[in-house]
Design a protein around this ligand. Structure first.
Ligand code: 9MR
Length: 600
């Protein structure tokens, strides 16, 4: 809307009725953006916090029904606090004690009102499902019919049944140029390639969600093509990628190719328009160990579905043990893309995922193989506690995935691991305590963002993975503070953050609209593909993607909802997976933890 102003004596005056209404609208929008909260809403008996950003005189705030006819709760804004990184003034509106389900807005006199939100049990139910459905939208080698994909339906892309063995991957049985079939799998992110290392943590996280909350997932229906069968939809979705991963192993020796890729990233076109030649490239130790871990875990998970998927569980174990054997014989094969390009053609310039330290991958693979087989030799093959660190999971750091698995199965392990379990549990608790430490005193009151180092490429996954660690600590100890902190990190992802965005496409009034995601860019549909988690705020984004338009300077404000911003606004499977875990865990636990208001 055009606004017609006139300046008289230094005052801006409106010249028309439409100008007045546009001004009002702008003011209303500004208020909504300044009141930062989980834009979906809150569990009835959980903490309910909004952070009000910007100068205001404080005083009362009002919780009103969505039509604003009734004030249901009156509170007082907290004292002003300067946000840690930007110095911006913030105040807290805490209405935790109001528990009645309904649809509401917060109103702050002199400022305006928030987006409409709900208080109800299951408030993240649709989100938890959509985050998994996001993987369906990433499926390769199959069309997405309207029946499942709605308006985002599209023809199949990347059949990947004529994939070339790159010279760097050549072996006696498969010389360079050999054609192999390696269909299915998910697009890694906004690009159209598939990477075993990143699939590793993604699959581990999704399978762990199932192992931790099987009943929740057994009851869930995602409206995917397999929804009518008797396998939980989450596992059917994971199978799409598992079957691809199985093709990435060289049957001759058990080694696993690092990735399946174009030499160069595709343009901003739909999947079916991207038809460049594809290669599997060099086998590597990180990919092979991650693969071994995933297959060992999949063996355990799919054993329950032997009737529906005969032989799958056994095949996974065979794949896992031969991958492990390869990695034992090839303990140090780094994927160094630059070095590879000096030696072989064609050059490959897509995502590298070039991890050089395999200690954590070895711990994870050993933990999964041991837990599945109860064979002590896996456990004893590595130093499970090489130091006291508890590094937050990321694609390059998977140690904790191994620890989570050992703790999850603690009642069913041999003394080999049994002797270490109290120590692992203690460290997990200490780690969770560190995450909690000081969070409540911060402007946004979240574990996420206490330190500026949290704002890396894919920081949304930092928040989600912290959330998982806190859920794990809750499961181990029953201490509800951990679960509340996990929920606060979900609040962060859905709007209680220094940019006021919900980072999940399709969820929230002000959510990511322009992710760096080829289908969302090329499909001509205004709304992005839903259920995808933007990488989010990244202190270093401007110099990493050179996208123009960043105006922020504070690390927690460096986010641009523009598809050129691949360093702050791409989506990726390894970020969506911890969102799946966190949202699903909270939904599964809300009653038991007394958050839904229903538990005794
Ligand atoms: O998530 C990855 C991040 O940790 C790295 O800093 C970044 C640059 O190497 O790459 C990210 O992964 C991208 C991958 O290389 C290719 N597909 C898109 C991924 C998400 O941006």
């Amino acid at each position: 809307m055009q606004i017609f102003y006139k300046t008289i004596g230094g005052l801006l005056l409106c010249l028309s009725a439409s100008c007045v209404s546009a001004q009002k609208q702008q003011k209303a929008q500004q208020a909504q953006e300044q009141i930062r909260l989980n834009q979906l809403g809150f569990y009835p008996a959980a903490s309910k916090i909004a952070v009000v950003v910007g100068e205001n005189q404080g005083g009362k705030f009002y919780l009103k029904t969505a039509d604003r006819s009734k004030t249901v709760y009156t509170g007082t804004l907290s004292d002003m606090k300067a946000a840690e990184f930007s110095g911006r003034p913030t105040r807290i509106a805490d209405f935790s004690s109001y528990t009645k389900p309904g649809t509401y807005v917060l109103e702050i006199p002199g400022l305006g009102r928030s987006y409409t939100f709900e208080i109800k049990p299951d408030v993240h139910r649709a989100l938890a499902a959509a985050a998994i459905k996001g993987f369906y939208y990433q499926r390769m080698s199959t069309d997405l019919p309207e029946q499942y994909a709605g308006k985002w339906h599209r023809p199949a892309g990347h059949p990947d049944n004529n994939v070339l063995v790159h010279p760097a991957a050549a072996s006696a049985g498969r010389p360079a140029g050999t054609v192999i079939a390696s269909p299915r799998g998910w697009y890694d992110a906004g690009d159209y390639n598939k990477y075993v290392v990143n699939s590793g943590i993604t699959m581990g996280t999704l399978l762990s969600a199932y192992e931790d909350f099987p009943l929740y997932y057994k009851a869930q229906n995602l409206n995917i093509p397999e929804s009518k069968n008797t396998v939980p939809d989450l596992l059917d979705e994971a199978l799409w990628n598992l079957r691809w991963m199985l093709t990435m192993q060289d049957p001759a020796d058990g080694g696993v190719y690092h990735k399946l890729t174009n030499p160069v990233f595709d343009g901003m076109v739909m999947p079916d328009q991207a038809t460049k030649p594809r290669y599997v490239v060099q086998k590597g130790t990180a990919a092979t160990l991650d693969f071994a871990a995933v297959m060992a875990q999949a063996c355990r998970v799919f054993r329950e579905y032997e009737k529906e998927l005969p032989g799958l569980s056994d095949s996974c174990l065979t794949a896992a043990t031969s991958a492990w054997a390869w990695a034992q014989q090839n303990p140090d094969v780094v994927y160094d893309q630059e070095a590879m390009n000096k030696q072989f053609d064609p050059d490959v310039t897509t995502g590298a995922y070039g991890d050089k330290d395999f200690g954590d991958e070895r711990i994870w693979a050993a933990a999964e193989l041991y837990t599945t087989t109860k064979d002590d030799s896996y456990y004893k093959a590595v130093n499970m506690l090489p130091d006291t660190k508890m590094p937050l999971p990321s694609w390059a750091q998977v140690r904790l995935l191994g620890y989570y698995t050992l703790l999850r199965h603690s009642s069913n392990l041999t003394p080999a691991a049994g002797k270490d379990l109290p120590e692992i549990k203690k460290r997990l608790q200490q780690f969770a305590d560190q995450l909690l430490d000081g969070a409540a005193a911060n402007a946004y009151k979240t574990a996420m963002g206490k330190v500026k180092e949290d704002y890396i490429w894919g920081s949304s996954a930092v928040a989600a993975n912290q959330g998982i660690a806190l859920v794990q600590a809750y499961t181990q100890t029953g201490n509800k503070h951990y679960l509340q902190a996990a929920l606060a990190n979900l609040d962060y992802l859905l709007g209680r953050n220094a940019v006021g965005y919900s980072f999940v496409t399709g969820f929230g009034d002000k959510a990511t609209m322009h992710p760096h995601h080829r289908p969302s860019i090329a499909d001509g549909i205004a709304e992005p593909v839903p259920g995808l988690l933007s990488g989010g705020t990244n202190a270093n984004a401007p110099r990493q993607d050179n996208c123009k338009g960043y105006t922020a300077t504070a690390p927690d404000e460096m986010y641009l909802d523009d598809d050129c911003s691949y360093a702050s606004n791409e989506i990726a499977i390894n970020w969506n997976a911890p969102l799946v875990y966190l949202a699903g865990a909270l939904e599964a636990l809300q009653q038991k933890a007394g958050m839904s208001g229903a538990a005794k």
